[in-house]
Design a protein around this ligand. Structure first.
Ligand code: KG4
Ligand code: ZN
Length: 363
């Protein structure tokens, strides 16, 4: 069941919750998007002993951290729940336990305060982050090419407007962040693997290992990373038994990262050909924090004479500011609905969102 359309503006600040994976995040945004408070609590330590995110542990951690995080955010902004204009939370895609906790908490708060609840798609949060006030004067104009690079997602999306997304291509196997995490594991680095690989790569020789560049040069803008990951596993397997020497690990990290960079530049270049009217190349998701990737995409965008828009590092990974901002964008576009009845969905592709009010019931 879908709720009623909400008015395009709210009377007070919006509280946003993100809990779709292993970050518990809360933010408060003024109706114009100004950030009044933001907190992100990573659960790395909780999951580290298991070598990956354990959904049940994540859900319990969200449950135990959310109340204090919300109280902190409200205190920091000098507000009480009675001052809020609306509450938003991620309702998908993601791990169902965490989504249930965040959405349930958000709905409860909204109900108690007598305010609307806005259900936000996590990927739409990443997609619209580039339009956060203050990043690009006047905001990035539609349409733009979104390169969504995270632990669970890897896709090229034409962003035609708020709620109007076309998937131009995506990974046919692993997400790029997943590849970073798997290679980090092979090298004995802690999760999430991306930052550790990036630091190690800076010390290595990117030409030491001739890893493949899957799908590079092919038409379209799909990605594939499983062959690259396997090539790294084989290179590690061929090393003498025992701990990997630091210099060798650095060479593997640098060679792997160089392969990823080449693939991303090639695929993004193809995607730009598919969206020649793009005003900008926008990179989002946790992997967008990688400086080598940012620099290479910057070069691509410069060659194509369009801007590269990469959000500040703290908004690349999962956070609640992007959830709050997506809710405000939906409100301003007249697309937000009261989501008290909306159930969390582990799978919820961007293309299932609708930008036309008549079609919103398709969500
Ligand atoms: O967007 P995000 O925080 O969560 C998902 O929605 O997946 O992305 C997390 C992913 C992880 O796979 C992590 O290893 C990767 O982003 N990541 C990086 C870097 N920082 C985080 N990958 C490469 N380089 C980085 N500096
Ligand atoms: Zn994410």
């Amino acid at each position: 069941m879908v709720g009623n359309n909400l008015p395009a503006s709210i009377v007070g600040p919006l509280l946003a919750i993100e809990s779709s994976c292993d970050e518990t995040a809360v933010a408060i945004l003024a109706p114009d998007g100004r950030i009044m408070a933001e907190h992100v609590l990573s659960q790395f330590a909780d999951h580290a002993p298991f070598g990956g995110v354990v959904p049940e542990i994540a859900a319990r951690a969200h449950l135990s951290h959310l109340p204090a995080l919300v109280s902190h955010a409200l205190a920091e902004a000098g507000l009480t729940t009675a001052d809020l204009g609306a509450v938003a939370a991620t309702t998908g895609p993601g791990l169902i336990g965490g989504l249930l906790v965040g959405a349930g908490f958000g709905k409860g708060l909204a109900l108690a305060a007598g305010r609307p609840f806005i259900a936000v798609n996590h990927l739409e949060g990443h997609a619209l982050t580039a339009r956060l006030p203050g990043l690009v004067p006047g905001g990035v104009a539609f349409p733009y090419l979104l390169l969504l690079l995270s632990g669970g997602h890897c896709q090229c999306v034409a962003v035609d407007g708020v709620g109007r997304y076309r998937r131009l291509g995506g990974t046919i196997d692993d997400a790029v962040g997943e590849a970073f995490d798997k290679v980090a594991k092979l090298l004995g680095l802690p999760l999430p693997g991306g930052p550790g690989i990036e630091r190690l790569a800076a010390l290595g020789d990117a030409k030491a290992f001739p890893f493949p560049r899957p799908l590079a040069g092919r038409a379209g803008c799909d990605f594939s990373f499983s062959g690259l990951k396997t090539a790294v596993a084989q290179a590690v397997g061929a090393l003498p038994v025992g701990a990997i020497p630091h210099a060798t690990a650095a060479d593997i990290a640098a060679s792997f990262q160089a392969a990823v960079v080449d693939v991303l530049v090639d695929r993004a270049g193809q995607a730009l050909k598919m969206l020649p009217q793009a005003t900008a190349l926008v990179v989002a998701g946790g992997v967008a924090a990688n400086q080598a990737i940012r620099a290479a995409l910057h070069g691509l965008a410069a060659r194509q004479r369009i801007a590269l828009v990469a959000p500040p590092l703290r908004y690349c990974g999962d956070n609640a500011v992007m959830i709050g901002w997506a809710a405000l964008e939906r409100l301003h576009a007249g697309l937000a609905q009261d989501g008290h009845d909306q159930r969390p969905q582990p799978r919820w592709p961007l293309t299932a969102l609708s930008g036309s009010p008549e079609n919103v019931s398709g969500i």
